[in-house]
Design a protein around this ligand. Structure first.
Ligand SMILES: *Cc1c(COP(=O)(O)O)cnc(C)c1O
Length: 401
């Protein structure tokens, strides 16, 4: 059921087709309702838009280039353009969202910011904008992730954030999320919770998609400058929760001639039990406040995901994407850990760009598309690979390459 004629906009209750909504404990109603009532009005304010655009230009470094990747294009006998989100301040697209949400928090009169983080990328993007605005920042992070992601923990602390370990359960992202929700319940008036992807209760998926939509807004005019047409044949992006993909797809969602390709992490393989390929395996369920597709056991227990890339290691997918999958508007592919690594090395050698491991999954899917010499393919290069160097080094030690 498509409750709305647009793939872009949810209904007033936050539904994309069958997915979305706000499934939250009663104690969170006041916080979430305040956001539901105010977010559109604030995002549309000329003063908000001016501040958002100014910071994106002068602080983040937008517009990010749309780069014609000549050697990669030759290799695949097609035309490949890279949307360079890796050149954003802090090294990935995540800052587009945190800049927008910090401006929103200010307009809501909030002085305290909380966030949850897995690998630490969203925590760093949040700590960055809190330093920029002089707001206090608390980041919840699983105890196990704190050990595994020491450089990002150091970055957050240097930026002035307080990193609080989540010590329950598996001591990872899901437990950090529970801690952040508990904090928000206890601090309903002065605190804003910055969620890092197009997930969570309404209005987060729509709000984050709007903030990230600057990616496809720029892509349209940049492609027109280069090719004479605003419309590519394909847009390809990796999907964890789905925020870089939502931003890269946004202004093409209602253009049926543009094929939208979302690439999930297959981990060791879709049927290996060690995977994060949500649409391939997922069934409808409720996770982190919204109805979507998620990997679960027969009795509804969330299955621990696996991916070599921390940013794709998530058992669900945002409701916008669940609707693209179910309706057939989006094409959903997956790439294994090994395929992603191979693509990262190939892109590094062909283009002189070391992509994030997450982004490498998008590159690994090129092979699975039957591309021709007349196709114009835009790939969202969501982030740079500096943070993944330890993983890449291990690979070079193993293969001697
Ligand atoms: C966090 C991250 C992702 C995954 O998050 P989405 O919300 O799916 O975009 C992808 N790429 C990079 C570089 C990231 O840091």
């Amino acid at each position: 059921m498509q409750g709305n004629s647009s793939f872009r906009l949810p209904t007033a209750q936050g539904y994309y087709g069958d997915f979305g909504g706000a499934y939250i404990p009663e104690m969170l109603y006041p916080n979430v309702e305040e956001l539901q009532l105010r977010y559109l009005e604030i995002l549309d304010e000329p003063g908000f838009q001016r501040a958002f655009r100014d910071l994106l230009r002068d602080y983040v470094g937008r517009p990010t280039p749309l780069y014609f990747a000549k050697r990669l294009s030759q290799r695949f006998q097609t035309n490949i353009y890279l949307k360079r989100e890796d050149l954003c301040h802090t090294g990935a697209h995540k800052i587009n969202n945190t800049i927008g949400q910090i401006l929103l928090a200010q307009r809501l009169g909030k002085q305290r910011i909380i966030a949850e983080t897995g690998a630490g990328q969203h925590g760093v993007a949040t700590a960055t904008v809190c330093a920029l605005m002089g707001l206090s920042c608390i980041v919840y992070m699983g105890e196990k992730d704190i050990e595994r992601q020491a450089p990002n923990v150091a970055r957050m602390r240097m930026l002035g954030a307080k990193v609080i370990p989540a010590t329950s359960g598996s001591k990872t992202l899901k437990d950090a999320t529970n801690e952040a929700i508990r904090d928000w319940i206890n601090n309903p008036t002065d605190t804003h919770y910055i969620i890092g992807s197009v997930v969570g209760p309404h209005p987060y998926p729509d709000m984050v998609a709007r903030l990230q939509s600057v990616i496809s807004e720029e892509t349209r005019w940049q492609l027109k400058e280069k090719t004479g047409s605003e419309l590519p044949t394909h847009v390809v992006a990796c999907v964890g929760g789905g925020s870089n993909a939502a931003g890269a797809f946004y202004h093409f969602l209602d253009e049926p001639g543009v094929e939208l390709v979302a690439v999930e992490a297959a981990g060791l393989g879709i049927n290996s039990g060690m995977t994060a390929a949500t649409t391939a395996l997922g069934r409808p369920g409720i996770l982190h406040g919204s109805k979507s597709l998620l990997m679960q056991t027969d009795d509804g227990q969330v299955v621990e995901p696996h991916s070599i890339s921390a940013g794709l290691d998530y058992p669900g997918i945002g409701p916008l994407h669940a609707n693209l999958f179910k309706s057939g508007r989006g094409k959903f592919l997956s790439a294994t850990d090994e395929e992603a690594i191979r693509s990262a090395f190939e892109v590094a050698k062909l283009e002189g760009i070391i992509p994030a491991l997450e982004t490498a999954h998008a590159f690994a899917a090129i092979d699975q598309l039957s591309l021709t010499e007349s196709d114009q393919v835009v790939i969202c290069l969501s982030g740079r690979g500096d943070k993944d160097l330890a993983t890449y080094m291990k690979q070079m030690d193993m293969t001697g390459s």
